[in-house]
Ligand binder design. Structure first.
Ligand SMILES: Cc1ncc(COP(=O)(O)O)c(C=O)c1O
Length: 395
């Protein structure tokens, strides 16, 4: 018999994944071009050509015993150095290879950090709406998720509620910038205010509170919006990065953690993250992909494709009478539903439109629309959205 805890996970298994599977069934039934599947954050933009070229070069040039072998659990030193240098150049920081741990995507990185930091019943604060998998990751290490109420007007961080929710059991705070599911980017002003609260409360309570910056969407920012680098604002910051979205490599499972020297107990944290990588069963991040990343350190995906989708979708939905905050980054739009959210999700399905309910992100009354799809998919869906708006008296 499976573990009781797994029974709950299986029962409540990801709504997003379930929707994705339903999309595949609908595509078979109605034809792929007649189904508008906005459920999964699976990039539709090609990985840059540098990636495939690097794979070919590496496979041809490297000694395969070295290439496919084990290495330090934190990853190849030279790859980590290349990444540290690149971060330093971009953000005027001073990291080196000892500050970088290569991870199995952002998800792997978050699990390594939480394994490293959490004792049972330690509290981890998240800001609603948030990536629902955080719940499982925190529960993996018997931690307790504490949700901050959303600021429904702007979807910036609700700092008043945040301050009220910090207790002497608070061990970590996760922020995701640019945000999944809202597409909001937190302003420098917000980050400074967040850091002030963290410094004040850590001092007042005599505890270390670690800020975990989950940043798989860092490069996906539009209209020249800046995504500030959090280690520069709050010393106890750990950054989790991934190439899943920034290089369109979600299946390759590659990312890294930044563990600055300024962290409280930095040496212990670096040592523990190295061991956590091993004992969680990752052992190390995929070796070929580590070497690819070092070769493609300046490669970029074509963000304009997402930007074009964003404009068409946002402008159209607003013109039909729907309410949503304009996304500034990532590739999601979070739209208020004119009725109970599951009713809306089911009505949308009648138009072959697949959406994820806001409650999956801890924020009822909304749907998430992942616009990392083809432009034609968005164009094809617009009639359905217009019909929905009419049905609910929006236009
Ligand atoms: C906010 C957020 N964090 C982490 C992840 C996990 O990313 P990865 O595929 O790199 O593990 C995702 C994936 O969608 C995400 O949206």
């Amino acid at each position: 018999m499976i573990a009781n805890r797994m029974k709950d996970y299986v029962k409540g298994s990801s709504v997003i994944r379930a929707m994705f599977e339903e999309g595949k069934i609908m595509a078979e039934k109605y034809g792929k071009e007649n189904v508008y599947d906005f459920s999964l954050g699976n990039p539709n933009v090609q990985a840059p050509c540098e990636v495939n070229n690097a794979i070919k070069e590496i496979v041809e040039e490297e000694n395969s015993v070295f290439l496919h072998g084990y290495m330090n659990n934190s990853g190849y030193e030279d790859v980590r150095k290349t990444i540290a240098d690149s971060i330093n150049k971009k953000f005027d920081t001073s990291f080196n290879e000892t500050n970088i741990v290569m991870t199995v995507g952002a998800a792997g990185g978050l699990n390594v950090v939480l394994k490293t930091l959490l004792d049972p019943m330690d509290e981890v604060i998240v800001f609603a709406p948030y990536f629902g998998e955080y719940r499982s990751y925190v529960s993996n290490y018997d931690g307790k998720i504490v949700e901050v109420e959303p600021d429904l007007l702007t979807f910036q961080l609700n700092l008043a509620d945040f301050e009220a929710k910090i207790t002497n059991k608070t061990k970590a705070v996760i922020i995701n910038n640019p945000n999944n599911p809202t597409g909001v980017i937190y302003s420098e002003e917000t980050i400074k205010a967040l850091s002030d609260i963290l410094n004040k409360k850590s001092k007042e309570l005599g505890i270390d509170i670690y800020l975990i910056a989950d940043e798989p969407y860092r490069e996906l920012a539009y209209d020249g919006e800046e995504v500030v680098y959090l280690t520069k604002y709050y010393d106890n910051t750990i950054v989790g990065y991934s190439y899943s979205k920034s290089l369109s490599l979600p299946g390759e499972r590659i990312g890294y953690l930044v563990l600055p020297d300024e962290l409280s107990d930095s040496d212990d944290i670096k040592a523990a993250a190295n061991v956590a990588t091993r004992i969680l069963g990752f052992v190390n991040a995929p070796s070929l992909m580590q070497r690819v990343i070092a070769k493609c350190i300046d490669a970029k995906v074509n963000v304009e494709v997402y930007d074009k989708n964003r404009k068409l979708l946002y402008d159209s939905l607003v013109s039909y009478g729907f309410t949503c905050v304009k996304p500034q980054g990532a590739f999601y739009l979070f739209m208020k539903t004119p009725c109970e959210e599951m009713e809306f999700v089911n009505e949308a399905k009648k138009h072959h439109i697949l959406l994820v309910p806001g409650s999956s992100f801890g924020c009822k009354g909304y749907v998430r629309i992942a616009y990392c799809v083809s432009y034609e998919t968005i164009e094809g869906s617009l009639n359905g959205f217009m019909e929905l708006a009419k049905k609910y008296g929006l236009s």
